[in-house]
Design a protein around this ligand. Structure first.
Ligand code: IPE
Ligand code: IPE
Ligand code: MG
Length: 266
């Protein structure tokens, strides 16, 4: 048993015991961590303060996900569209990510968390890419929760990258274009070993996808939460998982097939 690292312990030791969830947790949860800027602005703080607070929220949610038994947690940290933000905010975020990886990875590693990075190298500061790759290497053998960081990630770019590599392999003769199916396409995604998303959560009351995991969310359940991301914690995660557990996932079929009436049998 590893002693809890200070950054891993719950925010409040007076939290009531969590209610049982009643059914199997979602295997893969994806979160759009939105609302950092509004959180800061509403307190008269610079937007950067919201991003710093958002990083602490993520740690609590990671610990909560492990408690619940979620196997894969994928979080949207920086989108390909976020390059359109003011340069100072972009720079702040890049530094926050680099320092965050350095200061948090040992604790996460000690808890068996495997960290993955999904995104493009282009435009990222090389020092950040170095930290991302070092973190992936350090935690590669871990068998606990997989935490996938989508950083400089855009789902359309991921699909375009996949299409390009599929076309290259077909031209080179190592792939039969006529035999292409969805499983083959999935093998060309950034992290082909991640399963489809079961539960998609977005904070801050926004109800849009913003170019996040379009392929992987084909059959995800969506839960939108009003809390701004820095206020989001493991209890919000638990509530979202409880909402998920109450959904009826039919995947295009029916749960309770009725015999067809005689007239419809043909
Ligand atoms: C999400 O919070 C963090 C990133 C996109 C990096 P926002 O920064 O989008 O916060 P709001 O939406 O402006 O409140
Ligand atoms: C999505 O949030 C990206 C991240 C959380 C990293 P945004 O705040 O950037 O997305 P929009 O602008 O609401 O679509
Ligand atoms: Mg936002």
């Amino acid at each position: 048993m590893v002693a809890p690292h200070p950054s891993w312990t719950p925010r409040s030791s007076v939290d009531p015991p969590a209610a049982p969830l009643g059914s199997a947790p979602p295997r893969h949860v994806a979160i759009v961590m939105d609302g950092n800027g509004r959180w800061a602005t509403s307190r008269g703080l610079p937007r950067a303060a919201g991003h710093t607070a958002g990083e602490r929220a993520l740690l609590d949610v990671v610990a909560g996900a492990a408690e619940i038994g979620i196997r894969y947690l994928t979080v949207f940290a920086f989108s390909t569209e976020n390059w359109n933000r003011p340069p100072a905010e972009r720079r702040f975020l890049m530094t926050l990510f680099r320092r965050g990886l350095r200061t948090r990875r040992d604790a996460l590693h000690a808890h068996g968390v495997r960290i993955r990075w999904l995104g493009q190298h282009s435009k990222l500061p090389p020092q950040l890419v170095t930290e991302l790759e070092a973190t992936e290497r350090l935690t590669a053998g871990n068998t606990g929760l997989t935490l996938a960081l989508c950083l400089n990630y855009g789902s359309r770019s991921e699909l375009v990258d996949a299409a390009r590599r599929i076309a290259e392999d077909a031209t080179a003769g190592s792939l039969d274009a006529a035999a292409l199916d969805s499983q083959t396409v999935a093998r060309y995604l950034y992290a082909p070993d991640l399963p489809d998303v079961d539960l998609f959560i977005r904070s801050a009351g926004e109800q849009r996808v913003s170019n996040f995991l379009l392929w992987q969310c084909a059959y995800a359940e969506f839960v939108f939460v009003d809390a701004l991301w820095p206020d989001f914690n493991r209890r919000h995660l638990r509530q979202a998982v409880a909402a998920y557990a109450s959904r009826n996932r039919t995947f295009g079929t029916v749960n309770d097939p009725q015999p067809l009436p005689r007239a419809a049998r043909g």
